[in-house]
Design a protein around this ligand. Structure first.
Ligand code: FE2
Length: 435
C-alpha cells in the first residue's frame, strides 16, 4: 500500500453534511486516516475548502514579507514576549538535536541512510507567529497580553492570515474527527479538546538565495509539541520525516494538498499508540532543482512553509483517552505516578536558579552550597522533569544530571519518560508548538 495515500476529505464532509452516506465506506476511510498517522506520523489530505489558490495567495504575501530587509522585519520582533507574536529572526530557534546529548547518542545508533542531517547551529530560518481562532475568557493559563503584530504596508495581512489559518484549522478538525473514529474513540474525542486551543499560524521563511547549498539544515531534526501540525504545499521541497519504523522519507506534497503531522499532544492522548513524528527541513537535490526553476522564472527564492500548530486547549488535561487508558504505556505511567514532581516546570526551573553557573555548558565551576541545598529541596522527580524537559537556554543537560553526585545527594537516576507526562499540560502552554 502507498505510504502516503492522499485522503480526499470530500466524501466525509458530504456525508457529515447530508447525514447519509455509506457507513462502511466512511469507517474504512477513517481507519486509513488513523492507520497512516500511527505508522507514519504524517498524512496528506485534500480538502475542497482549502484550494491551491488560497495557499498561493498566502505564500505570495509571505514571500513579499520575508523579502523585506532584516531591519524592516525586526520592527515586528517581540523578544520580550518570547517571540509568541510577530517575527522570529533567523538564528533564534535551536533544534533539539543540537543541544540534547541523549538525542545525539540515539542518532548515532541509526543506520547511515536514516540519519538526520547534523545542524551546526541555530536554524537559519525566519518565522512569523499569528494566533488563530478565539481564546477562552476564563482560563488558568492566560496567554501573554500581547497584541497581534501587523507589518506596515500589508493591508491584506489580517484577512489573509485569518482566512488561511481558519481554513487549515477546519481541515485539521475533520482529520481529528476521522482519526478519533478510526482509533475507536467517540468522534469528538479530539475536537472537543481542541476548542479555543492556542492555535498558531507560524509560517517560516528560509532564504534560499543565501542558504541554498545542498545539505543546509533549515529546521534540525525535532518533533512538534502541539496536537497536529498542518502545512499547505511549499514551493520548495526539503521536508524529511521519519516513519515509526525509523525509516527516513522525503515528503512530496501534491499540488492542492495539505500535509498533516502528529505532535506530542496526540501521543499523550493515544497513550503512545500514535507518536509525535520526527522531521527536519534540509536543502536536498529536489530543492536545488526547484531553486533552479524559480531562478529561471524570476520567482521568489524564499522558501515559505505555511505551518499551523493546532493545540489542545490549555485547560484540558492531557491523558490517554478511552481504551488507550488501558494501553501498556499508560499503565506504566500510572505506576510511576507515586513518584512525581508536584511543581510546574517553570517553578522547578526557578528553584534551580542558584545552580545556573554550575550547569552552563562546559562550566568548570562546582555547585555552590546554595545550589546543593536547592537541589535537595527540589528533589529527584523535579530535577528529572527539568532535565527531561525541553532545552533550557544556558543549561547543559549532562551538567544538570551531574548535580546530585557533585552535591553528594543520593538521587536515583532519571527515568527518561515517566515524570514528563504529568507536567506536560502545564509547561506546554508557555510554548508554541516548536521543539
Ligand atoms: Fe516542526
Amino acid at each position: 500500500m502507498e505510504k502516503f495515500p492522499v485522503i480526499d476529505l470530500n466524501p466525509y464532509l458530504d456525508c457529515a453534511q447530508s447525514g447519509n452516506g455509506n457507513e462502511a465506506e466512511m469507517q474504512k476511510l477513517c481507519l486509513e486516516v488513523s492507520r497512516t498517522l500511527q505508522e507514519t506520523g504524517a498524512l496528506l489530505v485534500k480538502d475542497p475548502r482549502c484550494s491551491a489558490q488560497d495557499n498561493d495567495r498566502f505564500l505570495d504575501m509571505m514571500e513579499k514579507y520575508f523579502e523585506q530587509t532584516p531591519e524592516f522585519k525586526r520592527l515586528q520582533e517581540r523578544p520580550l514576549l518570547h517571540y509568541q507574536v510577530g517575527v522570529t529572526p533567523e538564528g533564534v530557534e535551536v533544534p533539539r538535536s543540537l543541544v540534547d546529548a541523549e538525542m545525539q547518542q540515539n542518532l548515532k545508533a541509526m543506520s547511515p541512510q536514516n540519519q538526520p542531517s547534523t545542524p551546526t547551529g541555530p536554524d537559519p530560518k525566519w518565522r512569523y507567529m499569528w494566533r488563530i481562532g478565539p481564546r477562552p475568557s476564563n482560563t488558568r493559563f492566560k496567554e501573554l497580553n500581547a497584541e497581534p503584530v501587523i507589518p506596515e504596508g500589508f493591508p491584506e495581512w489580517k484577512e489573509t492570515m485569518d482566512s488561511w489559518g481558519l481554513k487549515m484549522i477546519s481541515a485539521i478538525e475533520v482529520v481529528a474527527e476521522m482519526a478519533a473514529i478510526g482509533f475507536g474513540l467517540p468522534k469528538d474525542a479530539f475536537t472537543s479538546l481542541m476548542k479555543q486551543g492556542p492555535h498558531l499560524l507560524a509560517p517560516t521563511g528560509s532564504d534560499l538565495h543565501h542558504h541554498g547549498q545542498e545539505g543546509t539544515v533549515f529546521a534540525g531534526y525535532h518533533y512538534d509539541l502541539n496536537f497536529l501540525t498542518i502545512h499547505g504545499r511549499s514551493r520548495f521541497p526539503g521536508l524529511n520525516i521519519w516513519l515509526r519504523n525509523g525509516e527516513k522519507v522525503e515528503v512530496k506534497v501534491p499540488v492542492g494538498c495539505l500535509l498533516i503531522q502528529t505532535g506530542k499532544q496526540i501521543e499523550w492522548l493515544t497513550g503512545g499508540e500514535c507518536i509525535a513524528g520526527m522531521h527536519e527541513v534540509v536543502v536536498t537535490k529536489r530543492t536545488l532543482e526547484a531553486i533552479r526553476l524559480a531562478s529561471e522564472q524570476r520567482r521568489s527564492l524564499w522558501r515559505v512553509s505555511s505551518t499551523l500548530f493546532a493545540h489542545v486547549a490549555s485547560d484540558a488535561v492531557l491523558k490517554p483517552l478511552g481504551h488507550f487508558a488501558n494501553s501498556a504505556l499508560a499503565m506504566m505511567v500510572r505506576q510511576g505516578q507515586g513518584h512525581t514532581c508536584s511543581n510546574t516546570f517553570f517553578s522547578a526551573l526557578v528553584q534551580l536558579l542558584p545552580c545556573r553557573t554550575a550547569v552552563s555548558p562546559f562550566s568548570p565551576i562546582p555547585p555552590s552550597e546554595t545550589c546543593c541545598n536547592a537541589i535537595k529541596t527540589l528533589g529527584q522527580p523535579c530535577l528529572c522533569v527539568l532535565v527531561n524537559g525541553p532545552p533550557i537556554s544556558g543549561v547543559d543537560r549532562s551538567m544538570a544530571l551531574q548535580l546530585p553526585d557533585k552535591c553528594a545527594t543520593n538521587f536515583d537516576p532519571c527515568n527518561s519518560f515517566l515524570p514528563r507526562l504529568r507536567l506536560w499540560d502545564e509547561w506546554q502552554d508557555g510554548h508554541d508548538g516548536l521543539a
